[in-house]
Design a protein around this ligand. Structure first.
Ligand SMILES: [Zn+2]
Ligand SMILES: [Zn+2]
Length: 605
């Protein structure tokens, strides 16, 4: 069961695929030993610690006074290939604890003594050849000839502490990768390179969308004009969709009394993650009468609901806000937009009668699907996060849970969605529906969620007057199709590899004069475009044409319009798009009309 509070950021932005076969695990584990053996042959002073297999490969931690260099990695790999070619058998031996201690002392490796202390009997060691061995429980391949020398590589060196304890010895960790075939290794390298190219931290910088500044602090992105335009386009798009579907916009403050968050339960469960950060004694003082930055919007929207006694006629009530919240995330987890300390949730809280839950849930999912469609996110699954029937840690009645889970299941079935059920993944207050998106590199990212909540209506004693005049408790739905603007933009940058669809691009068109003579015409057309809501800019750099075109390409601007003497004469533009290449010379009026249509229909130009 997840203890997640409503709209909590997922633990990981993407969940790497873990479909590794047993034989691949054996290959990776054995290759790590081969690397350790090679290292100790080349650097006899190096001490071996631990070396597990991991996703895509393996690592080993070494204690060695001199740092490993790039050249060292090459030499180590050559030595590894020699070991593989010798087809050395891996021989398992069971020994007594005393015998293990004796052999460790013989080779003088104190780290192994510490490792031995944690091992349970029987102690097993594996020999690789006649004289190199390590404490290990396996499993391995039979002999090193089973590992293809062209299917392995060494990747990088990083610092690590013994036992992950910063007060202990500083070690050097060598990361490597190992596969069954050279083709698999090549495919892995291609994907890795592609992922680096698409990295939103790198692209975000190159496209000038956002930045982090040390004096501001980690996890606190600053949005540039271009990035802010992108945010606004996304916000306006969802706000329009919501208005069409009967949502009511609200705005709530960034701070609120601690007491509010005691009623909601955030303070009890979550105070280490709330700002301001304080020592424990200060926290105690704050707990009495302080104000905190909001980590979530729900309690504020609840106050708006509670402001009047509501009638069933007013329900469902859908309060929506792009609410900026602040959460103290560990600084080690902060990198790019995927996990940040201040972020804007496309939040909404729907207050519904139990009878309305089914229909309302369906409408929410329908909205989310239409949002994904507009964003061209096609490949996703719905995860139905339900309770574990064997656990009693959930609040709310059996009947309420069955109904809520039924509503979620019916919604995805009605909409014909690709879904799977995950028992035990529900929040304690209710089941949820999570959207798991598979990107162009087949990585998994969690996008928005919809959550059914019986808990907060109870804690805040929410009511409505039912048709029969009796006061009843509404059910709440928390939902955020984007999750957060920050996370969504990070995902979109990677999915599009920086090539935003025309309707989303921060700059949609750049007009480039062949020489300064055409500049007044270019400026005039750009201004006309802007007056029609097209995000156009004139290239006033004075660069040579070739350079200007390259600059526009680097900035991944969807439409480039080149203007020479002929174009001015005929009132035309020479159009080149990223999606379709050269379109030739087109009349200005026609370009404007096509652009307006493309934006309205969210199509490419
Ligand atoms: Zn092993
Ligand atoms: Zn909420």
């Amino acid at each position: 069961m997840s203890n997640a509070l409503p709209n909590e950021q997922p633990e990981k932005i993407y969940l790497p695929r873990t479909s590794e076969s047993e034989s691949l695990k054996k290959i990776r584990h054995t290759t790590s030993h081969v690397m350790a053996m090679a290292v100790q042959k080349l650097f006899p002073e190096a001490q071996v610690t631990i070396g597990p297999w991991i996703e895509n490969g393996f690592y080993y931690d070494f204690d060695k006074p001199e740092p490993f260099t790039e050249q060292d990695l090459k030499t180590i790999k050559k030595e590894m290939v020699k070991i593989l070619k010798r087809k050395l058998p891996l021989v398992r031996e069971e020994v007594s604890r005393e015998e293990a201690q004796r052999r460790i002392k013989e080779i003088n490796e104190p780290y192994k003594l510490e490792i031995l202390e944690d091992l349970e009997d029987p102690i097993t060691i594996y020999y690789l050849g006649d004289d190199w061995w390590d404490l290990c429980a396996g499993p391995h391949v039979e002999n090193t000839g089973e590992i293809h020398p062209k299917a392995i590589d060494l990747e990088s060196v990083a610092g690590a502490y013994w036992r992950g304890d910063e007060n202990r010895e500083q070690l050097q960790r060598i990361y490597g990768t190992a596969w069954e075939t050279p083709e698999q290794l090549a495919e892995y390298k291609r994907r890795k390179e592609e992922a680096l190219k698409r990295d939103h931290r790198k692209l975000g910088k190159e496209l000038g969308l956002f930045l982090f500044a040390d004096p501001v602090g980690p996890g606190l992105p600053l949005w540039t004009p271009k990035g802010t335009v992108l945010r606004s386009v996304l916000e306006d798009f969802l706000k329009q969709e919501q208005l069409k579907r009967g949502y009511l916009p609200v705005v709530t403050p960034h701070i609120g009394r601690v007491d509010l968050f005691k009623v909601s339960g955030h303070w009890q469960n979550y105070k280490e993650d709330m700002f301001p950060m304080m020592a424990e004694d200060e926290q105690a003082a704050l707990a009495e009468q302080g104000f905190v930055l909001k980590p979530m919007n729900c309690p504020f929207h609840i106050q708006i609901y509670k402001n009047e006694l509501r009638s069933y006629r007013e329900l469902p009530m859908r309060l929506a806000e792009f609410g900026t919240v602040y959460r103290y995330e560990q600084s080690g987890e902060l990198g790019g937009l995927t996990r940040v300390r201040g972020f804007t949730v496309d939040d909404s809280h729907l207050f519904v009668t139990p009878e309305q839950l089914d229909q309302e849930f369906l409408s929410v999912v329908d909205l989310i699907l239409s949002v994904f469609k507009s964003l061209q996110l096609k490949n996703f699954q719905a995860r139905l996060s339900f309770r574990d029937p064997a656990s009693d840690k959930y609040i709310g009645s059996e009947e309420a849970w069955s109904k809520a889970e039924g509503a979620i299941r019916r919604a995805v079935q009605t909409l014909g969605m690709n879904y799977f059920e995950a028992l035990g993944e529900a929040a304690f207050y209710g089941p949820k529906l999570d959207f798991i998106f598979h990107d162009a590199l087949d990585r998994e990212w969690q996008l928005g969620t919809v959550q059914v909540d019986y808990n907060l209506p109870e804690r805040f004693e929410l009511e409505y007057v039912a048709e029969d005049g009796i006061r009843k408790r509404p059910v709440m739905i928390h939902r955020a199709p984007f999750g957060s603007l920050e996370r969504l933009i990070g995902i979109l940058i990677e999915e599009y590899a920086g090539d935003f669809p025309f309707w989303l691009a921060p700059v949609q068109a750049r007009l480039i004069p062949v020489s300064e003579v055409q500049l007044p015409f270019v400026k005039e057309v750009a201004q006309k475009m802007r007056s029609l809501g097209i995000r156009a800019e004139a290239d006033t750099s004075g660069e040579r044409l070739g350079k200007s075109i390259r600059n526009a390409e680097k900035a991944k601007i969807p439409v480039m319009a080149v203007v020479g003497a002929k174009e001015v004469e005929a009132n035309t533009l020479s159009i080149r798009t990223r999606a379709a290449g050269e379109l030739g010379t087109i009349a200005v009026a026609e370009v404007l009309e096509k652009m307006e249509n493309a934006i309205a229909n969210q199509e490419n130009f």
